[in-house]
Design a binder for this molecule. Structure first.
Ligand SMILES: Nc1ccn([C@@H]2O[C@H](COP(=O)(O)OP(=O)(O)OP(=O)(O)O)[C@@H](O)[C@H]2O)c(=O)n1
Ligand SMILES: C[C@](O)(CO)[C@H](O)COP(=O)(O)O
Length: 236
């Protein structure tokens, strides 16, 4: 009888290098405090509670000191690396840092937006479990609740069946070998994507959808902070 295989460790890449121009705060969005706690630390706590053992935090190159000061309070071991101009560049920087840390060791990688600071730990665990169960690429999604129309070239529009639509959240989970190869291919071909599942799909991998949660919303605009503050005070 062969010994049971050891499950791969879970490492998070938390992209926090965006400026948050739509939020319009005086500090990078990941450092904006909600209930007195920066969004970045809230995200890290959720990832740790969901099973992440280490995090690579991708930070804005011009704010490294401010991030280092906040990360002294991180709830799990972290490595920091400077991000790039687009989210995709920041993910690539995080993957390169993982390569430096781990060589070729296979791990489950959870790629998460720092701005999705209230993602429940159960969603994090659900994504990691699906990767461990053999899925190539796993994303949490929620149904779309508005009616949706697509604008046509002639200024008209037509309705889209929302029953078939899903909003995509993070963390998105992959075996490291899968997402590293995908991002390398995108860089080679200069192909832009808005999320990492699209990167994996570009290489032909199947995307597995798991149940997300409305609380994993992305803090993007000032109104989102109202909901964030309400969730923070509900938690105490
Ligand atoms: N060059 C970039 C751009 C975005 N992000 C990160 O990717 C996540 C999703 O991006 P978004 O929330 O849209 O953040 P911003 O790009 O900062 O927002 P905006 O477009 O309003 O400037 C965020 O956690 C953000 O910090 C990043 O690491 N590097
Ligand atoms: C990855 C993502 O959160 C999935 O919804 C999203 O694509 C990133 O946000 P952005 O506003 O497109 O940068």
């Amino acid at each position: 009888m062969s010994a049971p295989s050891t499950p791969e460790p879970v490492v998070a890449i938390v992209v926090a290098a965006g400026s948050g121009s739509r939020l319009g705060a005086s500090v990078p969005k990941a450092l904006v405090e909600v209930g007195g706690v920066p969004l970045l630390l809230r995200s890290l706590a959720r990832l740790a509670a969901g099973g992440a053992q280490h995090a690579v935090v991708v930070v804005p190159p011009d704010a490294a000191d401010a991030f280092a000061a906040v990360l002294e309070r991180a709830p799990l071991p972290v490595t920091t690396v400077a991000g790039g101009a687009e989210r995709q560049d920041s993910v690539a920087a995080g993957l390169a840092a993982l390569q430096q840390m781990l060589g070729e060791q296979e791990v489950v990688v959870l790629i998460h937006d720092a701005a999705r600071a209230f993602v429940p730990a159960e969603v994090v665990a659900r994504v990691a479990d699906a990767v461990r169960a053999g899925a190539d690429a796993v994303i949490p999604t929620v149904p779309v609740t508005d009616s949706v129309r697509e604008v046509d070239d002639d200024d008209g529009s037509h309705v889209i069946d929302r029953a078939r639509l899903r909003s995509v959240q993070t963390p998105q989970g992959f075996l490291r070998s899968v997402i590293e190869a995908a991002h390398a291919e995108l860089a080679e071909t200069g192909t832009p994507v808005t999320d990492d599942a699209a990167a994996a799909e570009y290489l032909g991998h199947t995307i597995t959808l798991v149940e997300g949660d409305r609380r994993a919303f992305k803090v993007t605009e000032p109104l989102d902070l109202v909901l964030a503050e309400a969730l923070a005070s509900e938690e105490g």
